[in-house]
Design a protein around this ligand. Structure first.
Ligand code: ARG
Length: 470
């Protein structure tokens, strides 16, 4: 007690761990140490964890039923105070865990001090984070399902809408817009799979690992794991308090998803540019320019594209923070929270923004069709015809077709506009029938190989995807 006496001007030692300290922390110590400004987002998970822990301590005869009731009642009241905004988080109390415990002591007195029996902030915070990431994954999954639904609806409507497909952003072969959109449905399906894998692996309870070594109290880790919806207790106490690989997995899945969304966003930027004019976004999802009255800028799409950068930064930051940390817990790991929160907040912005754009976009089918007149999109079909009808090796057919393309380019016309005599100058065995192969609609309708772009395939894959994903 005398050691802990406050000197004039010196701050008081921390009431929760200050027993061996003669003076309190310097202002800068408090400032660098405090996490409550951001980890207060874990408050409800922290309370759920504490309630499960207290109930288990009572069931094991480590706490009296009376103390257990007081603790549960106090924690419920704190949960309500936090929800209503009445709770005051104090940075001097460092983090969310100590803020809640200090308030519990105000509310129920000495019994509050018994809650921390057989527990440490190390297993407590690891538990809170797992619960938080688990809930977030479920929310992200709902958003991704909504985005897939919007894509599926548009894909179904555009199952037979033809536009050029690109490689190297050069016109390649005609495809259906429905098929193009369905590509994103697949990507998002894998994204959901990555989050689901993360969720499955993270769903083990650290609670009861205590500081790092477990505890000599006769606790029941199975019971707390079950109460919190975990599949099982984490097998190794040192691993349980020290790894944040579940955060890394979450951020990796988030980064890959953000990269997918940035590609779709970039396409929206291209499609809505008057230079392409393939798609229009509603006024409500675009912005004007303060100087150029004619402009309609796809800011939401650009921000979806740009925000991938910060999510990737969150992953990179967390990897770097964890790298080389010796076992077990180090305060560095307090830095796990902001990147996870930032990535989660970003996803909860960019997924619904993308959904709104996809659901709200209008497809300009005429402009898409008009674009197919450029770029000799059926050149591959011509080469395939030569292979099929004249039994030409594909390499030779490719060469012959190249010469025909060159001719069309010189004449400034499309392949189908060349006269048969002109074609026969290059390959005498060409007949009238080749014009069918040069027809855009036939070219698309013919691509019925599994996973191909034919309208028939797109309709079937939309149907199948609704079953697989929704
Ligand atoms: N605020 C801390 C964190 O987020 C809680 C765990 C503190 N543990 C400790 N041994 N000081 O990591």
């Amino acid at each position: 007690m005398s050691d802990n006496r406050k000197q004039p001007g010196a701050p008081a030692a921390n009431p929760l761990w200050g027993g061996r300290f003669a003076e309190g922390p310097a202002a800068i110590m408090e400032e660098i140490n405090a996490s409550v400004a951001f980890d207060q987002r874990l408050a409800q998970q922290d309370i759920a964890g504490s309630k499960a822990h207290a109930a288990m301590l009572v069931a094991q005869g480590i706490l009296t039923a009376e103390d257990g009731e007081a603790i549960a009642g106090g924690l419920d009241q704190i949960a309500a105070e936090i929800t209503s905004g009445a709770f005051h988080f104090d940075p001097a109390l460092e983090d969310v865990h100590m803020n809640i415990e200090a308030r519990l002591r105000e509310l129920i007195g000495e019994a509050a001090g018994r809650l921390h029996t057989a527990r440490s902030r190390n297993d407590q915070v690891a538990t809170d984070m797992r619960l938080w990431v688990r809930e977030t994954i479920d929310a992200v999954d709902d958003e991704l399902k909504a985005l897939q639904t919007a894509l599926l609806d548009q894909a179904e409507a555009a199952a037979a809408t033809i536009l050029p497909g690109f490689t190297h952003l050069q016109p390649a072969q005609p495809v259906t817009f429905g098929h193009h959109l369905m590509a994103y449905v697949e990507m998002l399906g894998r994204d959901r799979g990555r989050f689901a894998d993360t969720r499955r692996r993270l769903n083990e309870s650290p609670l009861g690992a205590a500081a790092l070594a477990g505890t000599s109290f006769d606790i029941d880790r199975q019971a707390t794991a079950e109460a919190l919806g975990f599949d099982r207790p984490a097998a190794n106490s040192m691993d349980a308090v020290s790894d944040r690989d579940f955060c890394l997995e979450f951020l990796a899945a988030a980064s890959i998803l953000a990269v997918h969304l940035s590609r779709l966003a970039e396409e929206l930027v291209l499609w809505t540019s008057p230079a392409f004019d393939l798609v229009a976004l509603p006024d409500s999802l675009t912005t004007g320019s303060s100087i150029m009255p004619q402009k309609r800028n796809p800011d939401a799409a650009e921000l979806v594209r740009g925000k991938a950068g910060r999510v990737i930064g969150d992953l990179t930051g967390m990897l770097t923070m964890l790298k080389g940390l010796p076992m077990t817990y180090g305060k560095d790991m307090q830095e796990d929270k902001e990147p996870v929160f930032d990535a989660a907040d970003t996803l909860m912005l960019i997924i619904p923004a993308t959904t709104a754009m996809i659901a709200g976009m209008t497809v300009n089918a005429e402009a898409m069709r008009a674009l197919t007149a450029q770029g000799f999109l059926t050149a591959t079909d011509l080469a395939d015809w030569l292979v099929r009808e004249l039994d030409m090796p594909f390499r030779d057919a490719h060469h012959v077709t190249g010469a025909i393309v060159k001719l069309a380019e010189t004449k400034g016309c499309d392949l189908g506009d060349l006269a048969l005599e002109d074609l026969q100058q290059i390959e005498p065995r060409l007949t009238d029938e080749v014009y069918d192969a040069l027809d855009i609609d036939r070219a698309v309708a013919g691509r019925t190989s599994e996973g191909g772009t034919a309208p028939k395939n797109v309709k079937a894959s939309v149907k199948a995807a609704r079953k697989r994903f929704l």
